[in-house]
Design a protein around this ligand. Structure first.
Ligand code: NAG
Ligand code: NAG
Ligand code: NAG
Ligand code: NAG
Ligand code: NAG
Ligand code: NAG
Ligand code: NAG
Ligand code: NAG
Ligand code: NAG
Ligand code: NAG
Ligand code: NAG
Ligand code: NAG
Length: 406
């Protein structure tokens, strides 16, 4: 392990110590690091004098003028960097917190405290937990409560934000276990929960926007429709409508063959914090639908819009109409021809027609062309059947024909 040496400047302040009791500041050391108990002033020991480092008043090491003795609890944990009374205590643990005192014991005049220091060993602050509750939001503000907590402590803090700033209420700083702190503040659009002690600090953050809009759905795909296209050889203009369920904007574009200019409807706010936007980019019209957590778009290529003004649907309808008319005319023509042929035959051939094929053709003509029935009407009174129209379609029809023919 890399040994990070904390240097303690142990000041020889005997008079102070004796007069007011040493109240030197506490030194905080990160767990696992080393403590360098440095002696800054030369100490000269007589033959029968001692120099001791004591921890909570019990010896950890004792020097005499020629040698040193390390006491049980610290064997293996002490290093002696120089040929003097400086000591390095390795790998500090929380249990090593306490008072370290340098004591000089003179044969001539009892004990003198060379230095005394308070050490506190701390572990790294753990990552705090930052939770959000009671989010409430309307079109102009959002407020919520956060709880910033460590194993030992927690603080609550309430924020109220408009779209620019947030105000904070309560819970700005608390001391958890001694010398450990929790703190909540906001900075650059985030809520920061800090957990710190004298040797380390760490934080958990939450982006305010995410907090405020955590329950907002994704923006739906907008609808982009085009209307009133007018195209001439030099320019094309059209109106687009960009719409979501809740809102819409209209925008009119006028394009020559190079660029388009836009009029109106560039941006709108629909339901609170939801936006529709129309713009053009590299030959396309883009309709954007966005909110604070998502965005989506629908696009149309301008060329497709402008070259569509010759409505292909209208052309198709025209073609179909023409086709149908032509077909009807053709059928009428054929029928007319057949009818003509039949009546001319009827006039020239006086003999009864026995040929069944010819009869069939006539039947069909009778079936298909009602006007023939009118020709037959004068004969109907002679006919015994009540319903001549039905007779036409039965086997008696040829009889009618013969009569009409005769
Ligand atoms: C110990 O103290 C002396 C005297 O002030 C200083 O020169 C020395 O740098 C210190 N030792 C370390 C390791 O800093
Ligand atoms: C110093 O201490 C060592 C070991 O504790 C001992 O052997 C030695 O005699 C002592 N020297 C003096 C001068 O007391
Ligand atoms: C070693 O430390 C423990 C407490 O950490 C203490 O009770 C014990 O007396 C110490 N032993 C010696 C020899 O200093
Ligand atoms: C004691 O030894 C250390 C390590 O060599 C040195 O940094 C320090 O200056 C010495 N202290 C004195 C008072 O000479
Ligand atoms: C040493 O003293 C400190 C207070 O000064 C105390 O918190 C700590 O528990 C003591 N350690 C031992 C091992 O007695
Ligand atoms: C939004 O809520 C805040 C506090 O909750 C309130 O002060 C404000 O008047 C509300 N605004 C609207 C438009 O409702
Ligand atoms: C939000 O901020 C914009 C400027 O960024 C400002 O025009 C608007 O009025 C603000 N809205 C509210 C509700 O504060
Ligand atoms: C913090 O809020 C929680 C509930 O959200 C509550 O139980 C707790 O007492 C509050 N603590 C403080 C210090 O206000
Ligand atoms: C939060 O911690 C990260 C490292 O974990 C650090 O980069 C950042 O500066 C800290 N932020 C604040 C506001 O302390
Ligand atoms: C369209 O572009 C062609 C060249 O690509 C140019 O000759 C013509 O003048 C342009 N028409 C208009 C109306 O800008
Ligand atoms: C957009 O155009 C439609 C018809 O094209 C119209 O009904 C609507 O009122 C217009 N909306 C706006 C905001 O201009
Ligand atoms: C439109 O959305 C697609 C993904 O859906 C994205 O790749 C593209 O960059 C967006 N275009 C614009 C102009 O935002």
């Amino acid at each position: 392990m890399k040994s990070f040496v904390i240097v303690l400047f142990v000041v020889y302040r005997l008079y102070l110590c004796e007069s007011q009791g040493i109240s030197a500041g506490t030194v905080f050391v990160l767990k696992g690091e080393d403590l360098h108990l440095n002696v800054t002033k030369a100490v000269v020991l007589g033959k029968l004098d001692f120099f001791s480092w004591q921890y909570n008043e019990s010896n950890i090491v004792r020097f005499n003028s020629t040698d040193k003795k390390v006491y049980d609890n610290h064997t293996g944990r002490l290093e002696f960097p120089g040929n003097n009374y400086s000591v390095i205590l390795k790998n500090l643990q929380e249990a090593d917190s306490g008072e370290y005192t340098a004591v000089v014991t003179k044969l001539s005049g009892g004990e003198t405290e060379a230095a005394k220091y308070k050490i506190k060993v701390q572990d790294r602050a753990s990552l705090p937990l930052l939770t959000v509750s009671s989010v409430s939001r309307n079109s102009s503000s959002c407020s919520f409560t956060v709880t910033c907590s460590s194993q030992d402590s927690h603080i609550n803090s309430t924020f109220t934000c408009d779209n620019q700033t947030c105000s904070q209420e309560g819970g700005e700083r608390s001391e958890g276990i001694p010398d450990t702190f929790l703190q909540v503040h906001q900075s650059r659009g985030s809520i920061i929960c800090n957990h710190s002690n004298h040797v380390s600090w760490t934080n958990t953050t939450k982006i305010i926007k995410d907090v405020c809009y955590q329950h907002v759905d994704r923006a739906s795909l907008p609808l982009l429709t085009v209307s009133s296209v007018s195209d001439s050889s030099s320019s094309c203009s059209f109106t687009v409508t960009c719409s979501s369920q809740d809102s819409h904007i209209n925008s009119t574009f006028t394009c020559d063959n190079q660029t388009c200019s836009q009029e109106g409807g560039e941006r709108s706010e629909g339901i609170p914090d939801t936006f529709l936007q129309v713009h053009q980019l590299s030959g396309s019209i883009i309709c954007n639908h966005s909110n604070h957590v998502s965005w989506t778009n629908t696009t149309k290529i301008i060329k497709d819009v402008c070259y569509q003004h010759v409505d292909p649907q209208a052309t198709t309808i025209l073609l179909i109409t023409l086709g149908v008319c032509f077909a009807i005319l053709a059928i009428i023509g054929v029928l007319w021809y057949l009818l003509k042929r039949r009546t001319s035959k009827g006039a020239s051939i006086e003999n009864p027609v026995n040929d069944s094929a010819q009869r069939e053709v006539r039947d069909k003509v009778l079936l298909l062309t009602l006007p023939v029935q009118q020709d037959l009407q004068p004969i109907r009174p002679n006919n015994t059947t009540d319903n001549p129209v039905l007779n036409v379609s039965t086997s008696s029809a040829p009889v009618d024909c013969k009569r009409s023919g005769g």
